[in-house]
Design a binder for this molecule. Structure first.
Ligand SMILES: NC(=O)CCC(=O)C(=O)O
Length: 305
């Protein structure tokens, strides 16, 4: 075996993040007011915060019958405009959960789309959920996003300013290890995968932590999941909550409860990735001669927008 070189961390400076776990109801204006209030609370409590993340579908109910009713144009819709102004006002990155997007240039198809904003309020990443949540578990849950949504056709990797590269997926995307592999490997070398998500009370207990920790250990990178809180009184889709930050060794370093609307904080340490990769060097031991290379330069369809 060739001894791997001690590489510089793909995270050049420790990153302070906050995850906002909230309940999204039918009133879009109320959902957006709540986002504004929570972002303000996060930056007040942690004045040196670098990044705030929101959950999947934070401005609308998570329901196949509602996606088209709540869908907005990007970048001119009210949610995009609000998140851009919040990022700029507070000088932070915002990983803007996801919202239903209507795309006139694609025959008015609806996508489940996540945007990330720079501290200047610019859109620096746009990910359309690639793998649609179509499942049917007898006596558990049946859901078919594909009844109203269209899947995106690209993996998303982008530069988070001076910190380094990160990958972005949405919820069910986490079940497909390829997106995280693409992001973590050369030439992208990301330090984290961000997944706004909304697992539920059937699949959450089975797989939420397992998948987050698996993607972290597979790739020796940070994995960050932000969920809506479970809304028992509101009825409808019962999100699992448990917003989560997992470090590159697979350890959960921050976690929210299930039904609470709350903000959790974590610091992604710039030295953690090289430390883990030096100890268990799977990152450098891959045998592409045996199983091929599906990432390589130009092989995967990767975009930041
Ligand atoms: N919103 C989603 O994609 C839900 C995914 C989910 O619950 C799962 O088990 O996967």
């Amino acid at each position: 075996m060739t001894v791997p070189p001690v590489l510089k961390s793909p995270l050049s400076k420790s990153l302070k993040i906050a995850l906002i776990q909230l309940k999204a109801g039918a009133d879009k204006a109320a959902n957006l007011t709540k986002v504004t209030k929570f972002v303000e609370e996060a930056v007040t409590k942690s004045p040196t915060l670098d990044l705030v993340m929101l959950p999947e579908c934070f401005n609308s109910p998570y329901a196949v019958s509602e996606f088209r009713n709540y869908a907005e144009l990007i970048p001119t819709g009210e949610t995009t405009t609000l998140l851009s102004s919040l990022a700029k006002k507070h000088g932070i990155f915002i990983v803007g959960g996801s919202i239903p997007e209507i795309a006139p240039e694609e025959g008015n198809k609806i996508f489940n789309t996540s945007l990330t904003f720079s501290p200047e309020g610019e859109i620096i990443a746009k990910h359309r959920k690639v793998h649609l949540f179509d499942i049917d578990i007898p006596n558990g849950i049946t859901f078919q996003e594909s009844l109203t949504l269209t899947g995106g056709d690209k993996a998303t990797v982008f530069k988070l300013g001076e910190f380094g590269n990160v990958g972005l997926g949405i919820c069910y995307d986490i079940r497909f290890p390829e997106l995280a592999s693409i992001a973590s490997r050369s030439p992208y070398s990301s330090f984290a995968m961000f997944y706004p998500g909304a697992f539920n009370t059937t699949t959450g207990p089975m797989h939420w932590h397992l998948l987050a920790r698996a993607r972290a250990v597979d790739n020796e990178m940070y994995v960050v999941l932000c969920s809506p809180a479970r809304d028992v009184e509101g009825g409808g889709y019962q999100a699992y909550g448990h917003s989560l930050v997992v470090d590159p060794s697979g350890k959960v370093i921050a976690e929210a409860g299930e039904e609470e609307e709350e903000i959790i904080y974590a610091e992604l340490d710039k030295d953690a990735i090289p430390k883990v990769r030096d100890g268990i060097p799977v990152h450098y031991q891959r045998r592409f001669d045996v199983y091929g290379d599906f990432v390589g330069e130009g092989k995967a369809k990767v975009s930041d927008k």
